[in-house]
Each structure stands twice: as C-alpha cells, then as structure tokens.
Design a protein around this ligand. Structure first.
Ligand code: NCD
Length: 338
C-alpha cells in the first residue's frame, strides 16, 4: 500500500469525510472571493503538477479540475485526444499511466472504460514513485467527484432544513447507463432516513447492483415510470440525460420526453422548497425555460464543482488543516452568494 488518497469509487466514503469535504469547499469559496484569500490559495501548491488525462469528452469536469488546479497555484498538463499520445503507437494503458506519473504529482482521468481508474490506482501501489489517481468518470460506472459536488449542492440547498438527512430525492432519466446517479446512490448510506425515487421507463431503470447495494444498507427506494405522480413528494429532482453514446441500436430514441422531462407546465407539481439538479450537459429533459425558476439549481451545482474539486485536491495533498487555518482569518460569512 502506498498510503495515497485515491478517489475512485464513492462506496468507500464515510460521513466524516463527506462533511469535511463540504466544509472545506465552503471555506475555499470564501477564501477565493477575498483578494488576500485568493492569493493565499495560489500559494498552497505552487510546486505541484497535475496531469489531466481526458480521452473521453468533457467540458465541465475538465474545466473545473483545470481551474481548481490553477486556483491552488498548480500547473497542469493534458491529453484530451488519444490520437496525440503514444497510445496510437500501441503503448499500453499501464505504461501510459506510469509515464504520466513520472512527471506529475496527481493524475485526473476520464476514460470510456469502467474500472480503469481503479486499475491505475492499483498500478500506483506497485511502482516506486506513485501519485494519487482521481477518477473523473469511468465508463458507465462511476463519477465520484460529480457525486461529491452533488452532495455539496444538496447539503447547501437544505442547510436550513436539516441537510440531506430525511429528504426524498428523485432521480430521473437514463438511470441504467448514468454514472452520476450510480455514484450518488453509493453515498446515500451516509445520510439518515433518505428516500430515493427512481423515475425512468423500464429499459432505462436503475441497475440491480445499485439497488442491491441500497437494500444492503437499508436505504428506502421506489421505482416508477410516472413523473407526475412522484413530483409532489420530492425534496430534490436529479435529472439526467440519455446516454446516447452507449446506444447500440438507437435505444435513446425510444425515450418519451413528454413523460420524462421537466417543463414550465409540470413544474407547478414540484414543492416550492424543492430543488432541480442536473450534472449537465442537458438534452430535452429540462426545458431551458425552467432555468428562471428559483428551484433550478444546476448552474449553481456546476459552479460548486470547481470549489469541491479544489477541496478534493487539498485533501489529497493533506492541506485541509492549513486551509481551515487560512479561512479562520477571514471576517464572518455574510448571506450565501450564488
Ligand atoms: C456527466 C458525465 O460525464 O457522466 N457529465 C459531467 O461530468 N457533468 C453527465 C453526462 O454526461 O450525462
């Protein structure tokens, strides 16, 4: 064991770690908004270098990690198109990852294959100069840093209502192939009396392995293909897009968005205090007219991603205490800015 802090799969996370990451995220946001604070953040990791290995498409995750690194004064290298790397010469995945680790201090990676981040972390445990691995999305399976920013968004949105504990969270869309909802489900065991409502047509229902895990941890969930029936009982609706990239025979085209989308005309059924989330990018499952509704949280969720990724990097480099010390020097927090 190298003793490194890898971020691979949400199932290993416990509540104290989640609470600490959320607290760190809030303090990072506060610091970043103060001129001296932003400068102090810049000074935390000036010697550290990150590799952003993203052969699978990404906008938000790539940009937010890239900017999170820069906020901490880190430098970044990237490979986004495998056609530009020695993979085209037949270099193996393991050799490529080992090579990245020769030059940098952390590897952030997104691959179309499930399990490759775990494989990279296992490789690190066998080489003399290992570096931490952060899974920024692995196939249809896991997207742990998205789940962490989702937890932060939920906790913050429910800050005056007891946090995530006791809330009813609906998840709608392509649940079968969506790694964000799978990863988020893996964290739910850390919260008391949470109830999940999976809203999807049968071909896109949540996979049995996730449901088995929920059953094992005593988390209550129901499944329905009627959004209208579910909406009035929700505290949060987490919407996902059709994962068309995994289609083998145009399956996504069978999705009936009249039944599985949120629009001005069905918004009235969602409680006034509820929130709407989406990992983005969106398709027709959220009408852009919904953006103006105060319950639409997805743009704030997107911004939270960058702050949470700063927090994750701080945790990996064991700078959490230093960060809390810096934040203690700030004046008390005013009302929550967007
Ligand atoms: C998600 C992903 O890549 O899994 N996007 C993201 O990271 N915000 C969701 C998606 O692509 O549907």
């Amino acid at each position: 064991m190298s003793g490194l802090f890898h971020v691979i799969d949400t199932r290993g996370f416990d509540r104290p770690l989640l609470d600490q990451l959320c607290a760190l995220t809030t303090q990072v946001r506060r610091l970043a908004k103060a001129t001296d604070g932003a400068r102090a953040l810049q000074g935390l990791l000036p010697q550290a270098r990150a590799m952003l290995y993203f052969p699978q498409p990404s906008t938000r995750t790539f940009l937010s990690f890239n900017n999170a690194c820069h906020i901490l004064g880190m430098r970044t290298s990237e490979i986004r198109d495998p056609a530009t790397s020695s993979e085209v010469k037949g270099e193996s995945f393991d050799d490529s990852i080992r090579t990245f680790s020769s030059y940098v201090d952390v590897i952030v990676m997104r691959t179309p294959e499930a399990g490759y981040a775990a494989r990279a972390a296992a490789l690190m445990n066998r080489i003399p100069r290992p570096v931490p691995i952060i899974n920024a999305g692995s196939g249809k399976d896991q997207h742990p840093t998205q789940a962490l920013l989702d937890i932060y968004t939920l906790e913050r949105s429910f800050a005056l209502r007891g946090g995530i504990d006791g809330k009813v969270i609906g998840m709608m869309g392509d649940l079968r192939r969506g790694r964000t909802v799978r990863s988020l489900c893996g964290l739910m065991k850390n919260y008391r009396d949470v109830r999940l409502v999976f809203i999807a047509p049968e071909p896109f229902a949540m996979e049995p392995d996730v449901k088995d895990d929920l059953v094992r941890h005593g988390i209550d969930f129901t499944e329905t293909d009627r959004l209208a029936g579910a909406l009035p009982g929700l505290d949060a609706l987490y919407v996902t897009r059709m994962q068309t990239e995994w289609d083998t025979a145009g399956e996504s085209s069978t999705m009936d968005y009249r039944q599985f989308s949120i629009r001005p005309d069905n918004l009235a059924m969602l409680p006034r205090e509820a929130i709407i989330m989406h990992p983005l990018p969106r398709g027709p499952e959220i009408d852009p007219a919904v953006d103006d509704d105060p319950r639409a949280m997805y743009w704030r969720q997107e911004r939270n991603g960058m702050w949470m990724r700063v927090a994750i990097l701080l945790k990996i480099f064991r700078l959490e205490d230093r960060l809390f010390e810096l934040a203690a020097g700030l004046p008390p927090e005013g009302p929550d800015p967007a």
